[in-house]
Design a protein around this ligand. Structure first.
Ligand SMILES: Nc1nc2c(c(=O)[nH]1)N[C@H]1C(S)=C(S)[C@@H](COP(=O)(O)OP(=O)(O)OC[C@H]3O[C@@H](n4cnc5c(=O)[nH]c(N)nc54)[C@H](O)[C@@H]3O)O[C@H]1N2
Ligand SMILES: Nc1nc2c(c(=O)[nH]1)N[C@H]1C(S)=C(S)[C@@H](COP(=O)(O)OP(=O)(O)OC[C@H]3O[C@@H](n4cnc5c(=O)[nH]c(N)nc54)[C@H](O)[C@@H]3O)O[C@H]1N2
Ligand code: SF4
Ligand SMILES: [Mo]
Length: 762
C-alpha cells in the first residue's frame, strides 16, 4: 500500500446538510473500507457486524433491535470496524525509521492511518526510538516497576470503553489485589455527570429505557446530542417513534443534520425518498442553557396543575414513589422568564410550544449525551431533567424514562464490572468474599485527579488499557507534561496514537487483539461480552485472523501481568482465567448482581438484559424513593467580546482519531482547523467569515491558552455559542475547569475570544 501523507489543510465550505444517511452514507463507508483492506475482509467484518454470534460494533453503545436487518449497522459503524480491520501494519522497521520526537509531530490522522500495531515495543530511558521487546520481558519490566513503588497508590490504570467485560473485571481485580483504586476511565470525561445525577436521584447511574420504549413514547426529547453522527441507528428508533404517532423535539445549539431529516439506508423508501422529518420542534438553545430551560418548564407544569388541578402532575406517583416534592416545588416556582430567555436564547413562544407538547404527552423519554454532561453544571441539569420526568410520572413505566446515550460500545459494561476510582461497599465486600483478599477502601484518582497526581510526582506508573488518554484529556500541554514525568508509561493498544509519542522515562506499547480478531487461547476459541446503553449484555466474537501472530488479548496481558506482579500461588487463578474466559464469567456471576448464570444466559439469542430496579419501583437512594432536587439557577455567560466555545466530533472521526479531514454533514471539507461562529457574532466582533484567528481561552486564574491559526466559518449555531473540533481544541480546556460533582472536564463550555491574525484576511 502507498505511504500515508499528512493531509493538506485546504478548507472549502459547502452548505450544511439538512438530512442524514441514505445511499451516500453507505457509499462513504465502503470507500473507507476498501481503502483500508481487501473486499474479502470487508465482507467478513460487515456481514458479521451486530449479528447474533458475530462482532459487536466497536462504535457506539446503541443497542440492536430484536429483529435484525442483514445490514444492521450504520455508515460510521462500518468505518469504525474497518478502521480496525485494516490491512496496514506498523512494524519494527517503522519504529526504527521514525524517532519518537518525529512521531510526536505527526497528526492524529497520520498516526492512525499507519495501521495495526504488530509486536511489543519499548522506549528505554534516554532512548530516541522504540525498539522491539519480547512479551516476557515487557511484562517483567512493568511488574518490576510496580513492585518497586513505595505504595500501590503510585500506579494508575486507565480504561477506555472498548475494553470488554471480562477484561474490565480482571483489570479492576488486579488493581485492587495489587492495592489501589486508581482506576480512572473515559467515563470520567463522558457520562460521569449522568452517573452522578441519576445515582443521587434514582439510585442507579444508568438509563431506564429499552428500545421498545422508544416505539411507545408520546414524546422523545433529544437534548445535547448529535445522533446522526454519533449514534446513527438511533435515528431508526426515532423514525419508529414517529411512525407510531409519537413526537420528537431536539434541543441543540447546532442544527445537526440527522435531527432534521433522516433517510433510512435499510429501507428502499429511505434511499430514494425525501426521508422522515425527525424533529417536530427544534429549539436552538445557547450553550449551557438547558438547566434554565428545564427549570422553567417545571415551573410551567406546576402552574398548569394550579390552573387545572389533578390533570397535569401524576399525584399518585409523586405521593408513592418520590421524596422532596414540596421543597422542589417552592424552589422552582421562583424561576424567572427573563433570566431563562437570556440563558437559553429561546423565545417565549418556543418555550410555550414545548410546554404544549409536554402537556399533550403521557409517556416522555429524555435522551442526552455530551451536550449536557460536559458542562460545569451538567449534574444539576440532569437532576432537573429527573425532576421534570418525576412530575409527569414518566419514570419506570413503558414508553417513558431517562436515556443517557452512552458513547463507547462497552463503557457502561466497564463500570458495571467495577472499573471506577470509587469502590462501593457491596462490591468491595463481594470481591473480598469471592477472592479472599481485602480490597483498598481509599478512593482512587479519576482522570483529572490522575493528571494532577502525575504532574505533582505522586503517580509514577501509568498504564492505559485501550484509548488515547493524552489526547482525550483536557489541557493537552499539562496532560502531556504529566505523562512525561512518569517513570513508566504503558499503552495497551490496537493502533498507533498520540499517547504512544508522549513517553515516560521508559515507555511500552503492548499491541492487542481488537473486536474483529479471532481470539484463541489454550482451551480453544473464546468470545467476550459487552453491555450496551440499554443494559443488554451479549457476546462479541471476532472472525478475522489476528492482525499479527504476536498479539495477545487484553485478558492475556492482564493475567500475565497480575501473575508476575502478585506472584503465582495466590487465591486468584490468573493462568486459568487466561486459558478459559468462561471461568472469568463464572466469577463475575458470583460478584456482580444481575449476572447470575452468566455463561448460560449470555449465549441465548440477543443475550440478556440487566434488571433495572427503577422499573420495578425500587430506588436505592437514601430515602428509598426517587428524589426531587433543588438546583441553583446558573447560566453560562461570556464577558463582552467573548464567546462560549464547545468542542464537537466531526462526522468522520472516532473520538481522538479523525478518519478524514471532512465533516460532510456540516459542509466542511479538507480542514479541521475551523471555528464555527454565528454570523451576527462575527459582525459584532468585526471579524470576517474565513478569517484566520487565534482562539484564546481565558480562565479564572488569569491564565490563557491559545490555539493558533484557525479559520472562522460563519455557521447557523446559536448566538454566542461557537464550536471547534475535539481533540484539536482540547488544549483550550483548563485542567481545573470541571463539572460540579462529577469532575468531568467542561469540554462544551469554554470562554474564548478570537484574535485575528495580522494579514489573515477573510
Ligand atoms: N461517529 C462517531 N460516533 C461516536 C463517537 C465518535 O467520536 N464518532 N464517539 C462516541 C462517544 S465516546 C460519545 S460520548 C458519543 C458522543 O455523542 P454526542 O454527545 O452526540 O457527541 P458530540 O460531538 O460531543 O456532540 C455533542 C452535541 O451536543 C450539542 N451541545 C453541546 N453543548 C450543548 C448544550 O449546552 N446544550 C445542548 N442542548 N446541546 C449542546 C452539540 O451541538 C452536539 O450536537 O458518541 C459516540 N459515538
Ligand atoms: N474536547 C473534548 N475532549 C473529549 C471529549 C469531547 O467531547 N471534547 N469527549 C470525551 C469522551 S466522551 C471520551 S469517551 C473520551 C475518549 O477517550 P478514549 O477512549 O481514551 O479515546 P479513543 O479515541 O476512543 O481511543 C482510541 C484508541 O483506542 C485504541 N483502541 C481501539 N480499539 C481498541 C481495543 O479493542 N483494545 C485496545 N486495547 N485498544 C483499542 C486505539 O489504539 C486507538 O488509537 O474523550 C473525551 N475527550
Ligand atoms: S449506531 Fe453505533 S453501534 Fe450501531 S452500527 Fe452505528 S456506530 Fe455501530
Ligand atoms: Mo464518550
Amino acid at each position: 500500500m502507498p505511504p500515508i501523507e499528512e493531509p493538506q489543510d485546504d478548507l472549502t465550505v459547502t452548505p450544511p446538510k439538512t438530512w442524514a444517511a441514505g445511499v451516500p452514507a453507505v457509499a462513504h463507508a465502503l470507500e473507507y473500507s476498501l481503502a483500508q483492506t481487501s473486499p474479502r475482509r470487508t465482507a467478513l467484518t460487515l456481514l458479521n457486524l451486530n449479528q447474533d454470534g458475530g462482532i459487536d460494533c466497536p462504535g457506539c453503545a446503541w443497542p440492536e433491535p430484536k429483529k435484525r436487518h442483514k445490514n444492521e449497522y450504520c455508515e460510521n459503524g462500518a468505518k469504525h470496524v474497518t478502521d480496525e480491520a485494516t490491512s496496514r501494519r506498523v512494524t519494527r522497521e517503522f519504529f526504527a525509521e521514525h524517532p519518537v520526537a518525529e512521531l510526536a509531530q505527526k497528526s492524529d490522522y497520520w498516526l492512525n492511518q499507519q495501521g495495526r500495531l504488530t509486536e511489543p515495543m519499548v522506549k528505554l530511558p534516554g532512548g530516541t526510538h522504540y525498539q522491539p521487546i519480547g512479551w516476557d520481558d515487557a511484562i517483567g519490566l512493568i511488574a518490576g516497576e510496580l513492585t518497586g513503588l513505595a505504595s500501590p497508590a503510585e500506579a494508575m490504570f486507565y480504561t477506555s470503553g472498548r475494553l470488554n467485560n471480562e477484561g474490565a473485571f480482571l483489570l479492576q481485580l488486579f488493581a485492587r489485589a495489587y492495592g489501589t483504586n486508581n482506576l480512572p476511565d473515559c467515563s470520567n470525561m463522558c457520562h460521569e455527570s449522568s452517573g452522578s445525577a441519576l445515582g443521587e436521584t434514582l439510585g442507579v447511574g444508568k438509563g431506564t429505557v429499552s428500545l421498545e420504549d422508544f416505539y411507545e413514547a408520546d414524546l422523545v426529547l433529544v437534548v445535547g446530542q448529535n445522533p446522526g453522527t454519533n449514534h446513527p441507528r438511533m435515528l431508526t428508533a426515532l423514525e419508529q417513534t414517529k411512525h407510531n404517532g409519537g413526537q420528537v423535539v431536539a434541543v441543540n445549539p447546532l442544527p445537526e443534520a440527522g435531527l432534521k431529516r433522516f433517510k433510512n439506508p435499510q429501507r428502499p423508501s429511505g434511499v430514494v425518498g425525501r426521508g422522515t422529518t425527525i424533529a417536530d420542534q427544534f429549539l436552538q438553545i445557547r450553550l449551557g442553557g438547558d438547566l434554565a430551560l428545564f427549570q422553567l418548564l417545571n415551573r410551567l407544569l406546576l402552574e398548569a396543575e394550579d390552573d387545572a388541578p389533578g390533570t397535569v402532575l401524576d399525584r399518585a406517583f409523586i405521593e408513592r414513589d418520590t421524596a422532596g416534592f414540596e421543597a422542589f416545588a417552592e424552589h422552582v416556582r421562583r424561576t424567572e422568564w427573563a433570566e431563562v430567555l437570556e440563558a437559553t436564547g429561546l423565545t417565549r413562544e418556543e418555550i410555550e410550544e414545548l410546554r404544549g407538547r409536554v402537556l399533550a404527552s403521557k409517556k416522555i423519554i429524555v435522551c442526552w449525551a455530551m451536550g449536557l454532561t460536559q458542562h460545569r453544571h451538567g449534574v444539576p441539569t440532569i437532576r432537573e431533567i429527573v425532576n421534570f420526568l418525576l412530575l409527569r410520572g414518566s419514570i419506570g413505566r413503558p414508553g417513558a424514562g431517562v436515556c443517557p446515550v452512552r458513547g463507547h460500545s462497552n463503557v457502561q459494561g466497564d463500570r458495571t464490572m467495577g472499573i471506577w476510582e470509587r469502590l462501593p461497599e457491596p462490591f468491595r465486600h463481594a470481591l473480598e468474599e469471592e477472592f479472599g483478599f481485602a480490597p483498598p477502601t481509599e478512593p482512587g484518582y479519576d482522570s483529572v485527579h490522575g493528571v494532577r497526581a502525575m504532574r505533582d510526582g505522586k503517580v509514577k506508573v501509568f498504564m492505559g488499557v485501550a484509548g488515547n488518554f493524552v489526547r482525550a484529556m483536557s489541557d493537552s500541554a499539562v496532560t502531556e507534561e504529566a505523562l512525561r514525568r512518569c517513570r513508566l508509561t504503558v499503552q495497551v493498544s490496537t493502533k498507533l496514537n498520540r499517547s504512544h509519542t508522549v513517553c515516560g522515562e521508559t515507555a511500552l506499547i503492548l499491541p492487542t487483539l481488537g473486536r474483529s480478531d479471532r481470539d484463541v487461547q489454550a482451551t480453544g476459541e473464546q468470545f467476550v461480552t459487552v453491555e450496551n446503553s440499554m443494559s443488554q449484555v451479549h457476546t462479541t466474537r471476532g472472525r478475522l485472523d489476528p492482525a499479527s501472530p504476536h498479539l495477545l488479548s487484553e485478558i492475556a496481558i492482564i493475567c500475565r501481568l497480575a501473575r508476575r506482579t502478585l506472584g503465582t500461588g495466590g487465591s486468584i487463578p490468573w493462568e486459568h482465567f487466561e486459558a478459559d474466559y468462561g471461568l472469568v464469567r463464572d466469577r463475575i456471576a458470583r460478584v456482580v448482581p444481575g449476572f447470575e448464570d452468566f455463561n448460560e444466559r449470555v449465549v441465548l439469542p440477543g443475550g440478556f438484559r440487566l434488571p433495572s430496579p427503577v422499573n420495578e419501583g425500587v430506588y436505592r437512594t437514601g430515602s428509598g424513593r426517587a428524589e426531587f432536587s433543588c438546583n441553583d439557577f446558573t447560566s453560562l455567560v461570556a464577558p463582552a467580546g467573548h464567546l462560549v466555545l464547545q468542542t464537537v466530533r466531526s462526522h468522520d472521526q472516532w473520538n481522538t482519531i479523525p478518519y478524514t479531514m471532512d465533516d460532510r454533514y456540516r459542509g466542511i471539507h479538507d480542514s479541521r482547523h475551523v471555528v464555527f461562529v454565528n454570523p451576527d457574532d462575527l459582525d459584532e466582533l468585526g471579524i470576517e467569515d474565513r478569517a484566520l484567528v487565534d482562539v484564546v481561552s481565558v480562565w479564572d486564574d488569569g491564565t490563557e491558552r491559545r490555539l493558533e491559526g484557525f479559520r472562522t466559518v460563519s455557521y447557523p449555531t446559536a448566538r454566542g455559542s461557537a464550536a471547534a473540533y475535539y481533540p484539536e481544541a482540547n488544549c483550550l480546556v483548563p485542567l481545573d475547569s470541571v463539572a460540579e460533582a462529577s469532575n468531568t472536564p467542561t469540554y462544551k463550555g469554554i470562554v474564548v475570544r478570537l484574535e485575528p491574525v495580522a494579514g489573515g484576511g477573510g
